[in-house]
Design a protein around this ligand. Structure first.
Ligand SMILES: Cc1cc2nc3c(=O)[nH]c(=O)nc-3n(C[C@H](O)[C@H](O)[C@H](O)COP(=O)(O)OP(=O)(O)OC[C@H]3O[C@@H](n4cnc5c(N)ncnc54)[C@H](O)[C@@H]3O)c2cc1C
Length: 379
């Protein structure tokens, strides 16, 4: 088994790291203040191909694999996880079309989503459900050669950025089975709320949406006629891939927490010597380094499996569960290493502490990840 990165993988890692340090980092303060994703940053990521890494060249992708994808996401998230989240959510939409769309849908939508000309969103959550697909109330009703969609979706990432959104609806004619529909965000009847005021991940735009008599062609059913009523399969498969992206974000944030702790511990003096000389600090740093390495290898292993076309339902649940716990502990330990200063907005660890919590919640809370992981063993 070869665990080393190829030259291409190292080049992607280096390009993402350089971009994050030189082009994302200077904008972090502004993103935290304005709570939005700068459109000029989207344009730069489009130029660099960050939206396209793991997709086929035939649709405008770079033709690399999910390994390169998680390598890139880790590096971007190491500097600012909101941008990792923004790209991951675009992939939920692009991935849905790539994996389940008809050939015509792939040709129509993927080139724009993979170049970043259109930004994707994925709308499942509603006021009454974040976990249970049976409780979805947004409806789609066929009217001749059109769909009419009505409902409300909450906490939808990237929903305020022009592009496409894949919407999970209760299909009225199919006894409430779930149908997924591709909706251009400029369709009349599609409305977003004010941006949600969040504790962290402030550079990733999140808003609630209202769909009021939204009409799109019947042909926008993801997967065409054969895809109708298959929303639950789509949701399960794509969220599994989404959780792989979140795992990479966790590894990036945990690595940043570790890096900041090492830097600070060498510099901060107490009792006439750097705190790095205290065994209690060494213990925190040693533990973080072990856990970050384990989370990274688990993430890469799941990415490898996905790149081989294998099912990652259980793997991504385990990986996301573990990686999100690792970053939680790393953020907490990093704050401990920094003492009172870590609790101030002057230090990066304060933001990591706020950003990392989402990883235990979105795309399925950790309680559900435990249930999925156990299901493989207990069936
Ligand atoms: C910043 C942000 C961005 C988001 N982006 C998107 C997006 O782009 N698209 C989208 O569709 N959604 C998005 N969401 C929504 C997110 O995916 C849901 O909030 C999440 O799935 C949890 O759903 P919920 O909030 O309804 O929690 P609930 O389902 O109400 O769960 C609350 C708690 O109850 C417990 N619980 C619930 N169900 C079970 C169970 N079966 N077994 C045991 N315990 C359980 C858990 O402790 C859980 O934490 C986003 C949310 C946030 C905060």
């Amino acid at each position: 088994m070869d665990f080393s990165f190829s030259e291409e993988q190292l080049a992607i890692k280096e390009a993402a790291r350089r971009f994050a340090e030189t082009e994302i980092k200077p904008l972090v303060e502004r993103m935290e203040r304005e709570r939005s994703t700068p459109r000029e940053l989207i344009r730069r990521m489009k130029d660099l191909g960050f939206y396209a890494v793991q997709y086929p060249k035939a649709y405008g992708g770079a033709g690399a694999s999910y390994i390169e994808y998680v390598i890139m996401l880790e590096e971007l998230s190491r500097v600012y996880c909101s941008i990792g989240g923004h790209i991951s959510v675009n992939n939920l939409c692009a991935g849905t079309i790539n994996d389940f769309g008809t050939e015509e849908q792939k040709q129509q939508y993927l080139p724009q989503l993979l170049t970043g000309d259109a930004i994707g969103s994925f709308a499942f959550t509603e006021p009454g459900t974040g976990t249970d697909p049976k409780a979805i109330t947004t409806t789609c009703l066929r009217d001749g050669d059109e769909w009419v969609i009505n409902g409300e979706k909450l906490f939808i990432s990237n929903s305020t950025i022009p592009g496409y959104i894949v919407v999970f609806c209760k299909d009225v004619e199919m006894e409430g089975r779930i149908t997924n529909i591709i909706v251009p965000k400029d369709t009349p009847g599609y409305r977003t709320s004010q941006l949600v005021e969040k504790m962290g991940m402030r550079g990733m735009e999140v808003a609630d949406i209202v769909l009021q008599d939204v009409r799109v062609p019947y042909g926008n059913t993801t997967g065409g006629e054969a895809g109708r009523g298959k929303g639950f399969q789509i949701l399960t498969a794509e969220i599994a891939v989404g959780k792989l992206g979140i795992s990479a974000q966790c590894v990036g944030m945990a690595q940043a927490a570790l890096d900041e702790s090492v830097k600070y511990a060498k510099r901060r003096m107490q009792h006439g010597k750097p705190i790095a000389t205290f065994q209690t600090i060494q213990s925190l740093i040693g533990e973080m380094s072990a856990e970050v390495a384990a989370a990274r290898y688990t993430t890469l292993a799941t990415a490898y499996k996905r790149s081989q076309g294998m099912d990652i339902l259980y793997d991504s649940a385990r990986t996301r569960l573990f990686a999100s716990q690792v970053v939680h502990r790393a953020a907490s330990n990093a704050m401990q290493v920094h003492g009172a200063f870590g609790y101030t907005t002057e230090f990066v660890v304060e933001r990591i502490f706020r950003d990392m919590k989402l990883a235990e919640i979105y795309e399925g809370v950790n309680e559900i990840q435990r249930i999925i992981a156990a299901a493989e063993l207990l069936r």
